[in-house]
Ligand binder design. Structure first.
Ligand SMILES: *[C@@H]1O[C@H](CO)[C@@H](O)[C@H](O)[C@H]1NC(C)=O
Ligand SMILES: *[C@@H]1O[C@H](CO)[C@@H](O)[C@H](O)[C@H]1NC(C)=O
Ligand SMILES: *[C@@H]1O[C@H](CO)[C@@H](O)[C@H](O)[C@H]1NC(C)=O
Length: 313
């Protein structure tokens, strides 16, 4: 009896401290075509975009896979008519859904250019009730990156938390924040845009448990990337990764009830509710949609180059 109680206590203690996970999925190269689906849908954020299907994307080379390279880009050769559809681009959604998990991304290059609004994020059905986790997202090349949670009602974050980044707001409820959510900005300049690309990209990681959500970033040229992150190891220990730039504890927000099963999304839109609204204040001239229509060559570098995504559970 006592031995059994002790065993149970030992198991609980081990569980509470354990931060080790095993790899369940590795998405790389042509594997993206099996594990993700192309979504030729209209952009709910009113972007100047035309999301294409897989056949169109492949024939126009908007996606390209070889070895450990996966490219996802927007059209950069076509001048658009203002009365026609927006710039061709791609939105991918993972076929699998994930609840508690860790995801690690090795990104070599991200889309840049005035008017771009790229995102790597996770979202559930019936938005916002199953939550949204934005891992890498921004507009018009303005960094550093901000990681953001968006939820239904009654989810706030404590003002004092163990993170290296800076909170932009502690209320995650989309209805009370006009969909701003609770974001935390990284303190690393190379976490976004041209600076990320100059650093050769880097590694993003997100850990979701029922107790917290954490997001880390390491530039590829950093000297302290955890070895299990860098190698895409088959097992990882997030306990060795140091303080995340964004930390969202389940303290005054019950994460297990605000976050359901999520799909991973990779998308690249233009203008719309965010990039369009701040186009001029971000230093871009003219009107966002006119710029996107008339300057195809400005989108030559509007592409993701992803080496791999690893999922751990
Ligand atoms: C693309 O990503 C942004 C950023 O998360 C999101 O707000 C927008 O709705 C997305 N558009 C589509 C069509 O997925
Ligand atoms: C397609 O894109 C890839 C990656 O940018 C490039 O290496 C390749 O040459 C392109 N193929 C064609 C036919 O343009
Ligand atoms: C919260 O906002 C979402 C998205 O705009 C909307 O669908 C929902 O009805 C809103 N809920 C409340 C309680 O206002």
């Amino acid at each position: 009896m006592f031995a059994r109680v002790n065993l149970v206590l030992a198991a609980l203690a081990t569980h509470a401290l354990a931060a080790t996970y095993s790899q369940s999925d590795s998405h790389q190269g042509t594997g993206f075509y099996n594990s993700f689906s192309f979504q030729a849908i209209s952009d709910p954020t009113h972007g100047r975009v035309n999301y294409v299907d897989q056949g169109t994307a492949m024939s126009k080379n908007l996606t390209y896979a070889s070895g450990d390279t996966f490219i996802l880009r927007a059209d950069h050769t076509t001048t658009l008519s203002s009365s026609g559809p927006g710039r061709d681009s791609v939105r991918l959604q993972s076929n699998k859904q994930y609840t508690t998990h860790v995801t690690v991304w090795s990104i070599r290059h991200m889309p840049v250019g005035c008017g771009t609004w790229p995102a790597i994020w996770e979202v559930g059905s019936d938005w916002p009730n199953n939550g949204e986790i934005d891992i890498l997202e921004g507009v018009n090349d303005q960094g550093p990156n901000q990681a953001t949670l968006h939820t239904g009602a009654d989810c706030t974050m404590p003002s004092s938390r163990s993170q290296t980044g800076t909170s932009a707001g502690n209320n995650c409820d989309v209805n009370e924040t006009n969909n701003a959510g609770c974001g935390v900005q990284s303190n690393t300049a190379s976490s976004y845009g041209p600076a990320l690309n100059s650093a050769g990209g880097g590694y993003y990681a997100m850990e979701r448990t029922n107790s917290f959500i954490k997001v880390w970033f390491w530039p590829r040229n950093s000297g302290n990337i955890p070895s299990d992150v860098k190698s895409g190891s088959t097992s990882i220990n997030t306990g060795n990764w140091g303080t995340p730039f964004a930390y969202f504890p389940s303290q005054s927000c019950d994460l297990s009830s605000h976050f359901g099963a999520h799909n991973i999304i990779i998308n690249l839109t233009f203008c719309g509710d965010w990039a369009g609204a701040v186009f001029n204040s971000d230093g871009c001239s003219g009107t966002c949609s006119t710029y996107v229509n008339q300057n195809p060559s400005a989108f030559t570098n509007a592409y993701f180059d992803i080496q791999w995504i690893k999922i751990y559970q």
